[in-house]
Every structure is written in structure tokens, then in C-alpha cells.
Design a protein around this ligand. Structure first.
Ligand SMILES: Nc1ncnc2c1ncn2[C@@H]1O[C@H](COP(=O)(O)OP(=O)(O)OP(=O)(O)O)[C@@H](O)[C@H]1O
Ligand SMILES: Nc1ncnc2c1ncn2[C@@H]1O[C@H](COP(=O)(O)OP(=O)(O)OP(=O)(O)O)[C@@H](O)[C@H]1O
Ligand SMILES: [Mg+2]
Ligand SMILES: [Mg+2]
Lengths: 256, 256
């Protein structure tokens, strides 16, 4: 059975998609069988792998509302061991449509059952909110990775996110763990980066990934070529840092 | 009657809050009477002005659901001409609560009527989504300012946002205009910044603010002191660029 990991944080622009795309690619490069689920109506993870979103006949939206089976919407990527369940603007209506549906929080969890045996890891990219899509992702997940931008506003939202994780753990998904807090866009020339790191180490030291993702232009350029960083520029510090992060994750679960 | 301007973009982390806080402060410094409405459950605009969100008896949430009048929840700030309608986590439930309510799109518009005569400008900071809160902001607004981070993923979402603005203009608020597209976090050392600027000039040249907001550490430090940039470091290029932007906005409306 696959380990399901949701990449979530309601604060916008903290590196959820960049982490989902590059972690999934790095795990696939290590020959783990990976499914990347794009659960954001913006569809950034999908375009990060050159998916033509306008041309999609069906997407994760159709699997969530039960019109298609998940296996029918999954697409290949340039990486042999990586597949993607793409999204597009159809997903915008999902939150409102799901409101009055029975078991609205477990739609994704049920959809994933069909394919879970085919993968080692399922990575879910979440939108910047704590609405029904993110709750679906947290309900389906074994664990959550929290990308944390090294900025003041990003720190502010962490408390709220931890509370939401607790609520989900108590009420819907008792098995949900925190896989880790990942510092992103770390810039050693900027004092704020060290302040955020120290603050996290004061309160959540055991949860922080040792790997820190630096601010790296290559990471923000790669999506315009529809590739993860390791296919765009494997020598860049951005690509290397996500490979290190994948190694750290694999090491942690090897012992289990 | 106040001019109501919504700062909106469903892409996360593009500078909506930073623009709302610093534009509102710059207009107030020019002795315009300004109300800043924080419509994001994250409450970043509120903490940008040292509001103790946990201590609030009532917030914009209570004005939207009709429990309080807007005038009852408005707070002063350090700037004489600037008031704020703060938000906190109470707002998280609003989107779900409003779903089955009559006139769910016009709750904010009605709430603002009570105070509109007291202000020259009302600035609304939106959350990173196209849900009911942002629709409320676009329905209440005379115009929208679209902060656009100079990055690939931010460009991707622009088409969807323009479509949503069109839908709101056709169906709910015929008077809604696009005040402008504001380039944010522009970094002259990064090619991507010039590519985004050129792409915008190819398709939306007439809509782009001449003022470009540079990437500036001072802008990201100011919120940790609970102040807008012009009170934290008036000499910084970040603070100066928002003063220029406010001048550009005032110039545009002076002629009307
Ligand atoms: N380490 C990094 N160095 C430089 N740029 C980065 C880095 N990580 C992400 N970025 C860029 O910052 C922007 C925000 O990142 P990203 O889109 O991954 O965040 P997100 O949390 O998924 O945003 P949203 O909340 O909109 O889903 C993107 O343009 C991305 O290319
Ligand atoms: N011009 C700038 N230079 C440097 N940092 C900036 C600039 N503008 C914004 N920032 C920082 O970038 C981060 C994202 O900005 P901000 O929070 O204003 O975006 P947002 O669109 O309001 O995010 P959200 O989608 O979560 O509401 C913040 O930490 C902010 O301090
Ligand atoms: Mg994203
Ligand atoms: Mg914001």
C-alpha cells in the first residue's frame, strides 16, 4: 500500500507546488513508484509537468465527484516511475458542489483506494485554503508535509494549520501524522530566514526536516519549461536540495 | 461616497496583503480617509497593523453574517486617516455558512453602505481563492487591483482571474472595472521578471500600473513590527514604491 503524503499550508505562495513537484520527481528518480495528485484548481502541479490542462477530457474533479475512476484520469510524465492525476479549472466548483454531499470529506480517500497498491508514494498538492479540498487531502493522507516560507506572515498561519491538523486527527483521520515542517526559500542574506528557523527550532525542533530548501532562481524557472528542477538543471542547488529531502524521507521510512 | 477597491488574485503569495496594507497607508499619509477591510481568514492585514486578533470581540465575520454593524467592528490604526475592519479565524467558517443564505454575494456590499460616506477609499484584502469571500469583495467593489508576482505560476492564473472578473461584471456587478495590474517582487537580476513584464505589456499594456514594486527585504520585515513600510522604514525602496503607486492612483482619479 502506498504512503499518502499531503503537502498543505493555507498560507499562499509558500512552496507547496514546488515541493510536491520536486519531491515527487526526486522519489521517482530513486525508482519509487509515485503518483502526484494535483488538488488545486490552479493546476500548477499539472503544468509543472507540461500537462495541457485545457485539453484534458477528465481530471481529478471527475474522480472526486464520482464520474470517473481515478485510474481513468491518471497520465504519464517524462519520468518513468511518476504518474500524475491532473487538475484544471473544473475543480473550482467542487467545494460548493461537495457541500451537501454525503461523506464529502472522504471522496478522495475512496477514490485513491483503487490505485493505492500500484504505488510506493502518493503525493497530494493542496490549494492555499483550509476548505473541503484540503480537508479531503488530510483525510486521505497518512501524513502531512508543511512547507514553511521563511517569512513573518507564513509563521503566523502555522498555529492555525496545526489546530486544523489536530481537528482532523481527532474527528476524521486518527492515523494522520506530521511528516515534517520544511523550510523553503531560505535566504542566508536575510535575517528573517534565521529568525524563522530559530523560532521553529524552539517550538517544533523534532518536526523540522534537516534539509532546508534555499531560494533558487532555477526552481522558479523550471515550471516555465514544464519540468521539475532535476530535469531542467540537475546541478542547481534547488534541484539538489529536493533530492536531499527525498533521501531524508526515504531514510526515515526505511527503518520502519 | 468612497471608491471601493478590491486587491485580489487567487494565486497565493503574490503580494495582496502587502499591497493592501501599504497602499492604504500611503493614501492615508496623503490625508485621504481610508478604510482597510481584511477579508482573509488568515488576518495578515490585521496583524500588519498590530491588531491583536485573538482579543477581538467581533470582526468582519460578524458584519458579514449580520450580527454586528460594520461601524461596531472598525478599529483605529497608528495612522490618523486610516481605520481597519479586522479579521481573524472566525472568518474561516463564513464561506460554508453563507452557501445557503439569500443574497450571499452581496453581504459585504450591504455592510459597507453604512460607512461608505465617511471615507474616500475602501481597500479590501482578499484571500487566495475565488470562493464566496472574494466574490463578495468583487461584488462590493468599484474596481480591482491585481497584484502580479513576477513568476511563471503567477502568470498562469491571470487568465482565470480575468474570466472570473468578467463573470462578476456580466452577472452581479456591472460597474466593476480593472483598476490595474501591479507587478510585485520585481527583481532586475532575474530574467523572469522582465519576461513577465513584457508578457503583460503584450496583452494588457493599458492596464499595467507604471509603478513596479521591487523585491525589498524591508517590505517583508515590516509586518513583524506590525507596521506598514512607511512607518517602519520610509527610506526603503519598498515603502517609496507604494507611495509612488498611491500617487499614480490619486492622479488617475483626480482628473475624474
Ligand atoms: N526555493 C525557491 N526558490 C525560489 N523560488 C521559489 C522557491 N520555491 C518556490 N518558488 C517560487 O515561488 C512561487 C511560489 O511557490 P509555489 O507556487 O510553489 O507555492 P504554493 O504554496 O504552491 O502557492 P499557492 O499557495 O498559490 O498554491 C512560485 O513562483 C515558485 O516558482
Ligand atoms: N515586494 C516585496 N519584496 C519582498 N517581499 C515581499 C514583497 N511583497 C510581499 N513580500 C513578502 O512575500 C510574502 C507574500 O506576500 P503577501 O503575504 O503580501 O502575499 P498575499 O498574496 O497576500 O498572500 P496570500 O495569498 O497568502 O494572501 C510575504 O511574506 C511578504 O512579506
Ligand atoms: Mg500551489
Ligand atoms: Mg494575503
Amino acid at each position: 500500500m502506498a504512503r499518502v503524503i499531503s503537502i498543505a499550508n493555507q498560507k499562499g505562495g509558500v512552496g507547496k507546488t514546488t515541493t510536491a513537484v520536486n519531491l515527487a520527481a526526486s522519489l521517482a528518480a530513486a525508482e519509487k513508484k509515485v503518483l502526484l495528485v494535483d488538488l488545486d484548481p490552479q493546476g500548477n502541479s499539472s503544468s509543472g509537468f507540461s500537462i495541457d490542462k485545457a485539453a484534458l477530457q477528465s481530471s481529478i474533479y471527475h474522480a472526486i465527484i464520482g464520474k470517473n475512476r481515478l485510474s481513468q484520469i491518471i497520465k504519464p510524465t517524462e519520468l518513468e516511475f511518476l504518474k500524475i492525476a491532473p487538475s484544471n479549472q473544473d475543480l473550482i466548483g467542487a467545494e460548493i458542489e461537495l457541500i451537501n454531499v454525503i461523506s464529502r470529506e472522504t471522496r478522495l480517500k475512496s477514490a485513491l483506494k483503487e490505485v493505492s497498491g500500484l504505488y510506493d508514494y502518493i503525493i497530494i498538492d493542496c490549494p492555499p485554503s483550509l476548505g473541503l479540498l484540503t480537508v479531503n487531502a488530510l483525510t486521505a493522507a497518512d501524513s502531512i508535509i508543511i512547507p514553511l516560507q521563511c517569512e513573518y506572515y507564513a509563521m503566523e498561519g502555522l498555529g492555525q494549520l496545526m489546530k486544523t491538523v489536530e481537528l482532523v486527527t481527532e474527528n476524521i483521520n486518527h492515523a494522520l501524522e506530521i511528516e515534517g515542517i520544511l523550510l523553503t526559500m531560505f535566504d542566508p542574506r536575510n535575517n528573517l530566514s534565521f529568525q524563522v528557523r530559530d523560532e521553529i527550532d524552539r517550538h517544533f525542533a523534532s518536526l523540522r526536516f534537516k534539509t532546508v530548501i534555499p531560494r533558487s532562481v532555477r526552481l522558479s524557472e523550471a515550471p516555465s519549461f514544464g519540468k521539475p528542477a532535476l530535469l531542467y538543471d540537475i546541478t542547481s542547488k534547488g534541484a539538489r536540495s529536493y533530492i536531499d529531502m527525498a533521501k531524508e524521507l526515504l531514510q526515515k521510512h526505511k527503518d520502519k
